[in-house]
Design a protein around this ligand. Structure first.
Ligand code: COI
Length: 355
């Protein structure tokens, strides 16, 4: 682990709060940010003094490497509040480990664990009033690292900034999501960065997704780049298929994000005696299952998306509409997950982390 220059956080508090101006009932995902942000710079081979300052613009040179080569990684996590005002994170160790796995792949130095947790808990305590209680409310937390060195040769930067910003959130998707199964474009390849939360993984989806949207589909379920025969992930979420009463999802690999919600659904399914198969899922079998009525549902699982049912899919010109049922696995696992996150149910696996 990288040596620390110092441990205490320098704090400059905001003189005013935007809290009273926010309409918490009508939030658009990712548009509103809390009063403070955390940041920590890396230079001379070590992470420097961490700081919390009022949320606002920052200045970087136009030559900062992130603007040219996309040397940037991020995380998505959420804080929840119970009815007594206690705030919790959900499996934050997973996010800490994953941001450093992503960072390693992008040649970014590891961020120290003490800084991550101290930064996270300090900013969340300062902006605690932004976490609203009630199922469906959360504070979305976005840790990220960017390469700040002002130099445009194509090589890893010598300076970085790690930051945490926070945004109150409701649902990412409302209602069922209509998806295309990818036939031409690819999200990731063997040996690539698909498993990492690399900023460029998301930018690369924008163009094909806009083509899908023009056809009336909000998202793409990406298939393997070699054959386009196996279903992998949706880019904003991992994907589960229910065939009869069995839940099927693709195994993680260097092409697929190791989602925290994904692994939590798999565990909850095992706890609930729902049969789960983690194995390659082919387009062919899912189309066949849709045709013979054994495909009961498809849903996505992700931090922002929580658990979002898929209401239709398209492949090869065939469109399959999926009925959204109230007794679905999607509804069952979403309820179970939210109850744990909001401290309304036992937490047998120790996933809640009290702030
Ligand atoms: C998340 O679920 O946290 C993600 O990173 C998806 C993002 C596109 C909002």
């Amino acid at each position: 682990m990288t040596k620390l220059a110092t441990y205490e956080i320098d704090i400059v508090k905001s003189n005013t709060s935007k809290l009273e101006t926010v309409d918490f009932e009508n939030l658009v995902f990712g548009r509103t940010f809390t009063d403070h942000m955390f940041y920590c710079d890396y230079k001379d081979g070590q992470w420097q003094q961490p700081k919390i300052v009022p949320y606002g613009p920052m200045t970087f040179e136009p030559s900062a490497r992130v603007f040219h080569y996309g040397q940037a990684v991020f995380e998505g996590m959420k804080a929840y509040k119970d009815e007594d005002g206690n705030a919790f994170l959900f499996r934050p160790e997973e996010n800490y480990e994953r941001i450093n796995k992503s960072a390693a792949r992008l040649a970014i130095p590891e961020f120290p664990k003490e800084y991550f947790f101290e930064g996270l808990t300090t900013i969340l305590n300062m902006d605690k009033d932004w976490i609203k209680s009630g199922k469906g409310n959360s504070l979305y937390i976005r840790p990220f690292v960017i390469a700040t060195e002002p130099a445009i040769s194509a090589s890893p930067a010598l300076t970085y900034r790690f930051m945490i910003i926070c945004s109150p959130a409701k649902a990412y998707y409302t209602g069922g999501v209509r998806v295309l199964f990818a036939e031409k474009y690819s999200r990731s390849a063997n040996g690539g960065v698909g498993f990492a939360k690399a900023a460029g993984n998301y930018a690369a989806q924008f163009y094909p997704t806009s083509l899908a949207q023009a056809k009336g589909f909000q998202q793409i379920i990406w298939t393997d780049a070699n054959t386009h025969e196996n279903l992998e992930e949706a880019g904003t979420m991992n994907i589960f298929f229910r065939v009869n009463d069995t839940l099927i999802t693709a195994p993680t690999s260097d092409r697929i994000l190791d989602g925290v919600t994904r692994k939590s659904v798999i565990q909850l399914a095992k706890d609930s005696d729902v049969k789960v198969e983690v194995r390659p899922v082919s387009v062919k079998e899912i189309k066949e299952a849709a045709r013979n009525d054994s495909l009961k549902e498809i849903f996505g699982a992700g931090t922002a998306a929580v658990i979002s049912p898929i209401s239709a899919f398209e492949h090869g010109g065939d469109i399959f509409e999926l009925e959204l049922k109230s007794d679905s696995y999607a509804a069952f696992f979403k309820e179970k997950m939210l109850n744990i996150q909001h401290n309304l149910a036992e937490d047998p696996h120790g996933w809640r982390y009290k702030i």
